[in-house]
Design a protein around this ligand. Structure first.
Ligand code: GLU
Length: 488
């Protein structure tokens, strides 16, 4: 059996979009699942879209996500160069374009902008205007072409697609697709600046680099018949095509920059873990046989079968990603969690909290957050008592209300004033004594104390833990404030 070779072929145009990350991940998984080779090729022939620094982003993202390539610009595997602008310098694209001209499958076109602008345009289903070139230059004689070339007249090279007949190609997910040739434009293969178009370079490169499986977004589906015609014209074997479903936002619109979480870097900036992002992206269009959803990269390699990719659009659900990230946080080793949470704790907690205290708090919030930035909402009350409504003292289950809370706080204030051991255990024993003496239920006492200390319905810690964290002075201040509020 032939060895599987896949490629991730990004254009360096900015941050790595979630859709690109998914293509890269699936290309990686298709190769690794079958023990094949995963290659990186930089497609930088569109000079107008080139963004400085974007190549570094690609390397960085692939390294961080663990999508390690076996071959690429920095790892020669014998199929280089791996950057299209460098491949161009070897003359490879022009050589193959000329071969097509010889075969009558391509031709020189000298039409200027004015003429091209005057061609009839139609609008497709998506409202995109399309111009089908009228083959004007196909009828130029050999002499005319040579004279134009000798005079240095700017030219492009176009693919020659007959107006009659149909072209069929096969996609692993979409099956056989047949289109009328009359719908296919004589697309440009070599531009007037001498660079190949993506449409031509991807075919030449995928063939000459021995690529067996091409995984990419379905925006390329409509161009695929033209690629297949090129493969056929050369007599080359067409790779296996796997076009992936669209990724939409929550409103079922194509996921775009506007959603605010369209790229890997956006997500990292929002506090998502790399492993969770990769895991989530893997499920955007693919599902395993069982219902499991949490997978490490090596588990994905083991399970990934591209036949199980789904054709229907996948919704990028940030709520689900948050849930998944939370699962990863829960499983994280405590030391690692603390190390990663520390910058957020430092920002949110009072400046005089020491490391031991911060560690304790990290342990309290670990199972309660979904992303690190959630930490602030968990611990902000430690920094400053929020302004709260005394309604909060009323709790049905604890059988508390404003009056009962006032009575309890008045009782416990002197007890807490006379205690110097502000550790959780000691405080708990002290308060328990009071609870028992009075014959109350725990919650009847702890609820008002916790409310006075935090001003919040929910806290990651109980009343006595908060007393310990705040310390005596601050705790007493807050209890007094509670009494004051309840006495008004
Ligand atoms: N350079 C193309 C892109 O970044 C690659 C498409 C493909 O994988 O063939 O979208």
């Amino acid at each position: 059996m032939e060895k599987i070779r896949t490629r991730y072929a990004p254009s360096p145009t900015g941050r790595m979009h979630v859709g690109n990350l998914r293509s890269a991940l699936y290309e990686f998984l298709v190769a690794k699942h079958a023990g094949g080779t995963f290659m990186l090729r930089i497609e930088d022939t569109d000079q107008e879209r080139y963004v400085e620094g974007a190549v570094d982003i690609i390397y960085r993202t692939m390294k961080e996500t663990g999508l390690v390539h076996d071959e690429g610009p920095d790892k020669d595997g014998g199929y280089g160069p791996y950057v299209q602008s460098e491949r161009m310098k070897t003359g490879i694209y022009m050589k193959y374009a000329k071969e097509l001209i010889e075969k009558g499958e391509a031709y020189y076109c000298f039409c200027d902008k004015e003429r091209l602008d005057s061609l009839k345009t139609t609008v497709d289903e998506d409202g995109k205007s399309i111009t089908i070139y009228d083959k004007h230059c196909l009828s130029l004689s050999k002499e005319e072409i040579e004279a134009n070339l000798a005079a240095g007249k700017p030219f492009v090279i176009r693919q020659n697609i007959p107006n009659e007949g149909t072209t069929t190609f096969h996609d692993e997910l979409y099956g056989d697709i047949t289109v009328d040739n009359s719908e296919l434009d004589d697309m440009i293969l070599i531009k007037s600046d001498g660079y190949p178009t993506y449409n031509f370079a991807n075919v030449v490169d995928d063939h000459t680099m021995n690529i067996t499986h091409v995984v990419r977004g379905n925006e390329y589906l409509s161009s695929s018949p033209k690629y297949v015609r090129l493969y056929d014209a050369f007599g080359w074997k067409v790779p296996v095509y796997i076009h992936l479903p669209l990724i939409t936002d929550e409103n079922h619109k194509k996921l775009s920059k506007r959603s605010g979480h369209a790229s890997f870097e956006d997500l990292v900036e929002q506090g998502f873990l790399t492993e969770a992002i990769v895991n989530y992206v893997a499920l955007l269009g693919w599902s395993p046989e069982d219902n499991n959803e949490i997978f490490s990269l090596s588990e994905l390699i083991e399970k990934f079968d591209y036949h199980r990719i789904n054709k229907s659009p996948s919704v990028f659900d940030i709520v689900k990603l948050r849930w998944m990230n939370g699962e990863y946080l829960k499983k994280m080793d405590d030391d690692k969690f603390y190390e990663m949470a520390k910058p957020y704790l430092d920002k949110s907690l009072p400046a005089d909290y020491d490391d031991a205290k911060k560690r304790k708090i990290a342990g309290m919030v670990k199972t309660r957050i979904e992303v690190f930035p959630d930490i602030d909402a968990q611990v902000d009350f430690l920094r400053e008592l929020p302004d709260y409504d005394i309604e909060m003292y009323s709790h049905k289950k604890m059988k508390t209300d404003a009056a009962s809370s006032l009575a309890v706080l008045k009782d416990v204030l002197p007890i807490l004033e006379s205690t110097d051991d502000y550790t959780n255990d000691a405080l708990y024993q002290t308060l328990l004594k009071y609870v028992e003496e009075k014959g109350y239920k725990n919650g009847y006492v702890m609820w008002p104390i916790r409310t006075a200390l935090s001003g919040k319905q929910m806290t990651p810690a109980g009343a006595t833990e908060i007393l310990e964290l705040l310390g005596k002075d601050e705790s007493l201040k807050r209890i007094k404030k509670g009494i004051e509020k309840l006495s008004l």
